[in-house]
Design a protein around this ligand. Structure first.
Ligand code: 0RQ
Length: 504
């Protein structure tokens, strides 16, 4: 199996996952590779979970702080959460077991903007980093590392950690070599300088990760696949949302506000975002570019169809079928894809300079267009803010998309007041549901409310929202963004008490 490890000096560090995991001590901070189910460490975390379970069985507490790029897979988040092995978690998690533990108050979760993790780690405010466990697809003769299917925060983890464990994964296609662009020019203020990227296809770094060989304490060889969850086939709701988005973008082109090839697109995670991408295959735009966080199935479709000229991201987020397609044609795709550290893929400076078209999902929006992306009923974490804030605030056009209802119609995605706000109304320019699209640019809060209620709300909830807005106009403390504090969250209260936001 050592064919992927060309550095003779490092071969002596090859060991098994249990031996590597034994180097990690209780209470440590462990940072791993991994971003939306790709490129995450797989074997050592499972060995660590076994060790933690044994330790707990013997009555000894054993938990670690876990830092990653974003969400990972069941072999990492899932395995460590299941054995109560995680004390603190950052910056994003989508794992169902971890979600339950976070919502039971058993894991301290720091839900962070993804672009801010690396700089904050460098500032030192997150505390020391003991061990990094990083998956790579190979080690070159000079000791430099060939990244795998995500970059995430790996550069920072390798630089900051006291000890490094590498997983060299042969499942990752060897032809990934050359796809990455690792920029080593970031600095903390006052030494920070402009990032020299002006087009999404610019390469500003090197294809390889660097690591001090003296820090590498173990190398584990693996052949384990990425998580790669399937996407649901787009339903009527997803098709309707995609139709509204494409009509809007075409309208912007016809008015001269967007170029015929659009501006670099960013697309969030989830089935709706993927459906919008798939629909762009038939859209009337010149070949587009993407400057985004993850490359999902829909982007691969666009590349295959020649509708997307190139895509820049920090990770893949593919179904098993799409991952197989990618791996079978990696050499052909490699010239049209770039994977970068997440501090660059999501950098506000670059998102603003490139003028990205941001398209993200939401949990709920209120009538003024404040968006909640994270907390169901204001308190239960779903996933986290991820990169949505990095892109939404700095985008050329910031679009949020959602079905107009959740939980079989028992919850309205458009509410009088958001139970938590991740994206303030100034960062939300367009809201789209299957009912329609509200272009909120240039509108005052009261004008926004009218547009959101008329265009986006589900008919079951529209009259109730109109009634709330009318009463608020009559009884609010101020009339800039009328609100009735005693009623504003009554829909959420009703849901928690009766199981539906609809009155009985
Ligand atoms: O839960 O599966 O238990 O039924 O939320 O909802 O409709 O499948 O939509 O997959 O697009 O996710 C905001 C969560 C939407 C996602 C969110 C429940 C719903 C379901 C998922 P179930 P859908 P999506 C860059 C962008 C933040 C990160 C981000 C997200 C589950 O888009 O995490 O944008 N965004 N990153 O039932 C109660 C509501 C609800 C609700 C949905 N109003 N009340 N439950 N749900 N609306 C990429 C990265 O950062 C990596």
């Amino acid at each position: 199996m050592t064919g992927r490890i060309a550095c003779a000096a490092l071969r002596s560090r090859i060991t098994d996952a249990d031996t590597a995991a034994a180097l990690i001590r209780p209470g440590e901070t462990v940072a791993t590779s991994g971003f939306t189910g790709s490129g995450y460490a797989k074997m050592v975390p499972q060995a660590l979970a076994r060790r933690i379970a044994d330790s707990h069985g013997a009555g000894h507490p054993f938990r670690v702080n876990l830092w990653t790029g974003a969400s990972t897979g069941p072999e990492l988040d899932g395995a460590l959460a299941a054995v109560d092995g995680i004390a603190q978690r950052l910056p994003y998690s989508g794992d169902p077991v971890a979600r339950e533990k976070i919502n039971r108050g058993e894991i301290d979760y720091l839900d962070m903007h993804l672009s801010q993790v690396a700089p904050m780690a460098w500032e030192g405010v997150l505390g020391p980093l003991d061990t990094a466990i990083v998956e790579v697809s190979g080690i070159r003769a000079d000791g430099s590392l060939i990244p795998s299917s995500s970059v995430g925060n790996n550069k920072t983890w390798l630089d900051r950690a006291s000890r490094v464990i590498l997983e060299v994964n042969r499942w990752q296609d060897a032809a990934l070599e050359g796809m990455h662009d690792i920029y080593y020019g970031t600095r903390l203020p006052p030494e920070r300088v402009p990032i020299p990227l002006v087009r999404p296809d610019d390469r500003i770094g090197t294809p390889y990760l660097a690591c001090d060989p003296d820090k590498i304490v173990a190398i584990v060889e693996t052949e384990a696949p990425d998580r790669n969850l399937p996407f649901a086939a787009p339903d009527d709701t997803a098709h309707a949302i995609a139709g509204h988005v494409i009509e809007f973008l075409a309208h912007e082109v016809s008015r001269g506000r967007l170029p015929p090839a659009l501006l670099p697109i960013q697309s969030g995670v989830g089935n709706i975002a993927n459906a919008v991408l798939s629909s762009l295959v038939d859209a009337p735009f010149d070949p587009m570019t993407a400057y985004t966080e993850v490359i999902q199935d829909g982007m691969l479709d666009l590349l295959d169809a020649g509708r997307l000229r190139m895509a820049s991201a920090t990770a893949f987020s593919l179904s098993p079928q799409a991952a197989a397609r990618l791996n079978a044609n990696m050499t052909a795709y490699r010239d049209r894809m770039i994977l970068r550290p997440q501090e660059i893929s999501n950098h506000p400076e670059l998102v603003r300079r490139l003028g990205c078209i941001a398209m993200n999902g939401l949990i709920e929006a209120d009538i003024y267009g404040n968006v909640n992306s994270t907390l169901v009923m204001g308190s239960r974490i779903q996933n986290g803010i991820g990169g949505s804030g990095d892109f939404a605030r700095n985008a050329y056009v910031s679009i949020f998309m959602t079905p107009s209802t959740a939980k079989g119609g028992k919850i309205s995605a458009i509410v009088p007041q958001a139970s938590h706000v991740d994206h303030i109304m100034q960062d939300v320019q367009v809201i789209v549901t299957e009912q329609g699209l509200a272009d909120l640019r240039g509108l005052s809060p009261r004008q926004r409310a009218k547009a959101v209620i008329e265009r986006c709300a589900h008919p079951d909830y529209r009259p109730m929202l109109a009634d709330y807005a009318m009463r608020a106009e009559g009884g609010s403390y101020g009339l800039h963004a009328p609100s009735l504090p005693a009623k504003a969250l009554s829909w959420h209260r009703r849901y928690m008490e009766t199981g539906t936001m609809l009155p009985s």
